[in-house]
Design a protein around this ligand. Structure first.
Ligand code: ADP
Length: 410
């Protein structure tokens, strides 16, 4: 168009249309920007209200964005937060496992740790997913749930459980008191008798020297026996040690039976002991397994209270079984404690492992024995079963995984 030339009506119309389109575009752009801003504000509000730690990483695992909770829990200032990378936030091994998980695209509930600004490891469960932004950048979105409270609660529960096991152990001691009293009476009577003998022959100690010597030796022997009973009582009443080690199930059973000998004699229980001498060792805690067998044996003794000829058979064996954890068949060390007592009805069998379930008279049973037994056995990756065919007493089976290549021959 030449300078000074008047515009035709068509040109004016065209300019008008173009102006309108320009205005339209500006309005649409402004609206879009408003929407984006509102979206951003909305996302920021959501992120700020999250009780989880949210953080975004670049493809090179460099931190690009995180919510307030992330900075609050880990203690990094927002200003230097952007210099962080995943390598600053986790250990080397955990770094590799997160990187591998992210390479697969998405993962859930990865148990790991984040390192805070003071180097403290914070237990978390981590979810992650990877997506590509509109500009084609790869971003990894991670959400971590702080598990510190959960683990400290678990620790407190563990302590409470240890305390409970200890109390039940002391209660078992109480139940054994009658037998122990009987066991101690015998050496005490002997000491009394032989001391009196000594007093009698003291009038002529030279002539009676051999007799004095013999009586005094017997007294020393009986005192030693009484002390060994008290020693075993003390060690039994002591606190449990939590470390697992290869243990010999046959030896533990033999010890427990020695310990319960007087209670078994008083209750006139006949014992049939069949121990597989080629049994492998199991990984466990001796005191806890003592507690397990003690509970089962004492329950059996109680269940046979009204039986004419009480008989208990204790058998150990190696048997293949489906592992409830992996559902694969594998060998287990088995322990069976069978009695010919009152048995357990089917509807009761379902409840006996529940804490505080008892059929005993008020004040005689706490109903904690079997629930503790079950917990201990599961803690050792084993399991427990009960069988009670009508009128034929009860059998408790315990299955524990053997230690690899360790024999527990006794
Ligand atoms: P408690 O002995 O204090 O009752 P337990 O947890 O050891 O607590 O046992 C729970 C219940 O299981 C018992 O009250 C009893 O009914 C039943 N029970 C356990 N062992 C036997 C057994 N060998 N024969 C019959 N019943 C048993």
């Amino acid at each position: 168009m030449k300078k000074g030339t008047l515009l035709s009506p068509t040109d004016n119309r065209l300019i008008e249309i173009l102006e309108k389109q320009k205005l339209d575009l500006v309005v649409r752009f402004l609206r879009k920007q408003e929407e984006v801003e509102a979206g951003k504000e909305f996302t920021n509000k959501i992120l700020a209200s999250l009780s989880d730690l949210f953080f975004l990483l670049t493809d090179g695992l460099q931190l690009v964005q995180a919510n307030q909770e992330f900075y609050r829990i880990l203690g990094y200032g927002n200003e230097n937060g952007t210099n962080l990378s995943l390598a600053d936030l986790v250990d080397d091994v955990e770094y590799d496992s997160i990187r591998l998980a992210l390479e697969k695209g998405e993962f859930q509930n990865l148990e790991t740790h984040l390192i805070d600004h003071q180097g403290t490891h914070i237990p978390i469960t981590l979810k992650g997913s990877t997506y590509t932004s509109e500009c084609g950048n790869i971003l990894h979105m991670l959400i971590a749930t702080d598990r510190s409270d959960f683990y400290s609660m678990m620790n407190r529960m563990h302590e409470a459980q240890e305390q409970l096991i200890h109390s039940v152990r002391l209660a078992s001691l109480g139940e054994m008191a009658a037998g122990i009293g009987h066991e101690l009476t015998q050496p005490l009577n002997a000491i009394l008798l032989f001391s009196r003998n000594c007093l009698k022959v003291l009038e002529d100690p030279v002539k009676n020297k051999p007799m004095l010597e013999e009586n005094l030796n017997i007294i020393v022997d009986r005192v030693n026996k009484a002390s060994s009973i008290i020693r075993s009582l003390k060690s039994f009443g002591g606190k449990t040690i939590d470390e697992k080690a290869p243990v010999n199930v046959n030896a533990i059973l033999t010890n427990i039976l020695k310990f319960l000998q007087s209670q078994l004699t008083l209750s006139e229980v006949e014992i049939d002991l069949q121990l597989d001498t080629s049994l492998p060792l199991v990984l466990g805690q001796e005191v806890k397994l003592e507690q397990v067998f003690l509970n089962l044996i004492q329950n059996a003794i109680q269940a046979m209270g009204k039986t004419d000829q009480p008989r208990m058979s204790i058998t150990t064996f190696l048997q293949s079984h489906i592992d409830p954890e992996t559902l694969l068949e594998k060998p287990f060390v088995g322990i069976k404690v069978q009695d010919n007592g009152e048995g357990i009805d089917l509807d009761i069998q379902r409840k006996i492992f529940d804490p505080f379930f008892t059929t005993r008279e008020v004040g005689t049973g706490m109903g904690l024995g079997l629930s503790i037994v079950d917990r201990i056995i599961r803690g050792l990756s084993g399991f427990i079963k009960v069988e009670s065919p009508a009128g034929r007493g009860a059998s408790f089976f315990i299955f524990l995984p053997p230690c690899a290549n360790r024999s527990g021959n006794i």
